[in-house]
Design a protein around this ligand. Structure first.
Ligand SMILES: Cc1cc2nc3c(=O)[nH]c(=O)nc-3n(C[C@H](O)[C@H](O)[C@H](O)COP(=O)(O)OP(=O)(O)OC[C@H]3O[C@@H](n4cnc5c(N)ncnc54)[C@H](O)[C@@H]3O)c2cc1C
Length: 465
């Protein structure tokens, strides 16, 4: 019997699990999901209904060829739903969980072997004949013919400017999704970051501690743009623009052409940005490492703010907090975080370049995805770096892979049957972290595994290889 492992119990793992089940191959699928129940992962485990999806309901889903499943699920749960709504992330988590339960049931009904391991993978080593041995934290080992790493983002690391005293004080929070258990009653909360994670964190803080003053600080002090309330017409010259950009060899020229299209377009600027989505990864793949670095240094901050937008309701709630004087947004660089209670932050104002001190009872780091493998303490990734089964992307944007996600070893070899999915692929694809991209990649990886590792035998049918 052939064995396949999926490592990671988030939505990306669920998507590739479902795709593989639907191929109905005679194999054992081992899904290694970590400590939590399979499917929800980090993004969809929240129970705060102010945490909204930042993708419209009709664009969310687990499977490429079942685009409206989530919308149908939501219609059964809520009194009125439209495809353009931004629904609670909890609801998407419920949907994924229900899909996973149905998939496990149908796999077992059709005679397919499915094993859910509530454990963490801590090592992968070659086991001969293009097979791999996966070590679990509880001492078990699983031998497989193929594996998909769907680990999500790496555990956040404290910024280098945070002293060990501050880190150990309990007042510096690295995990913005785990504030509920904090018993303190802070007078002031500083959030480091002003992106999507920071917005959700501020909304949570504002209800958890209604009397706390909030400050959000980032180098540019730029909040994400807001989604249009309703949809909009596409930019009529998008195809011409996209073709032109794909043959434009410089970052400044690419930026200029996008800016010009936005200025000339009579409609909504967001339609131009959204119309780039099908070519974002292709554009990235066409850049040299130096150009990618240029993009990260000079363009990323404005790109992220325009591309990753917040729903109107989240934007409205943040604006209200600012109007009420409960929230200040600062454009400043955090130079140092020290002390214990309160913490002292030294910040340098972007405009004046003057330093000042902020005191805060609680500081929450909400600086977004960490994909810098070389510095991570993630047990599996650090072990795979040591044994040469993975190698970091040159810009620390995940691990090095082929475009289809096949993992490269330290000696540059594409390892048969070994794939990655989701944010580990940032270096090769740039855009690979939201469900529309993840479900497409999951479909591709499941097809590649089916063609290469599982070519023979369907459940209830002919013999396996
Ligand atoms: C707050 C937030 C909001 C978001 N909102 C949206 C949105 O509205 N729409 C959208 O499309 N995308 C959104 N995203 C992007 C989101 O990352 C993806 O949609 C998707 O949830 C990613 O799933 P994942 O499985 O790759 O990662 P994760 O959800 O991080 O899941 C990975 C899982 O693997 C586990 N794991 C890690 N290592 C191991 C190991 N060694 N062994 C076993 N298990 C392991 C982790 O513990 C985790 O549970 C959001 C992301 C965040 C963080």
């Amino acid at each position: 019997m052939t064995d396949i492992a999926i490592i990671g119990g988030g939505a990306a793992g669920a998507a590739v699990f479902g795709e593989l089940v639907q191929h109905k191959r005679a194999c054992t699928i081992h899904w290694i999901v970590g400590a939590s129940s399979p499917g929800r992962g980090v993004a969809y485990s929240t129970d705060d209904d102010r945490h909204l999806l930042n993708v419209r309901a009709d664009k969310m889903g687990l499977f490429l060829h079942q685009p409206y499943d989530f919308l149908e699920h939501a219609s059964g749960e809520l009194a009125s739903v439209s495809g353009s709504d931004f629904l609670p992330r909890r609801l998407f988590g419920d949907f994924v969980q229900a899909q996973v339960a149905a998939l496990i049931h149908s796999a077992r009904q059709q005679g397919q072997s499915v094993e859910i391991h509530r454990a963490s993978a801590i090592d992968i080593t070659p086991a001969g004949d293009d097979r791999y041995s996966i070590a679990l934290h509880d001492g078990r080992r699983i031998e497989v013919d193929g594996a998909v790493l769907a680990l999500g983002a790496l555990p956040p690391r404290a910024l280098r400017c945070v002293t060990s005293e501050a880190r150990e004080s309990g007042a510096y929070k690295l995990d913005p999704w785990n504030l509920a258990s904090d018993a303190r009653n802070p007078r002031r909360v500083v959030v480091i970051g002003t992106g999507l994670t920071a917005v959700d964190t501020l909304l949570t803080v504002s209800t958890r501690w209604p009397n706390a003053q909030m400050v959000a600080v980032s180098r540019h002090g730029l909040l994400p743009s807001v989604h249009a309330r309703d949809g909009f017409d596409p930019y009529p010259d998008q195809q011409t623009l996209n073709n032109d950009l794909l043959s434009t060899p410089s970052i400044p020229q690419i930026v200029r052409k996008i800016r010009r299209a936005i200025t000339e377009h009579a409609g909504d600027w967001r339609s131009v940005v959204d119309g780039l989505r099908p070519i974002n990864s292709l554009l990235w793949q066409g850049l040299t490492t130096r150009q990618r670095w240029q993009f990260l240094r000079h363009v990323r901050w404005v790109w992220e703010a325009g591309r990753h937008r917040v729903p109107p309701a989240s934007h409205g709630a943040i604006e209200q907090l600012r109007e009420e004087g409960r929230l200040a947004i600062l454009a400043a660089r955090v130079l140092r975080v020290e002390g214990s209670a309160p913490l002292r932050l030294t910040i340098r104002d972007r405009a004046s370049q003057l330093n000042s001190i902020l005191e805060s009872d609680l500081v929450i780091q909400a600086t977004g995805l960490d994909t810098a493998c070389a510095y991570t303490e993630h047990p599996l990734i650090s072990r795979l770096l040591e044994n040469g089964m993975v190698v970091p992307d040159p810009l620390q944007l995940g691990i090095a892979t082929e475009i289809d996600g096949q993992i490269l070893s330290r000696d540059g070899r594409a390892q048969p049957g070994l794939y990655a999915l989701g944010s580990l692929l940032r270096g090769g694809l740039w855009e690979c972290t939201a469900m529309p991209e993840i479900r497409k990649a999951a479909h591709g990886v499941a097809n590649r595994l089916t063609d290469t590792v599982l070519p023979f035998g369907v459940v209830g049918g002919a013999s396996s290889r």
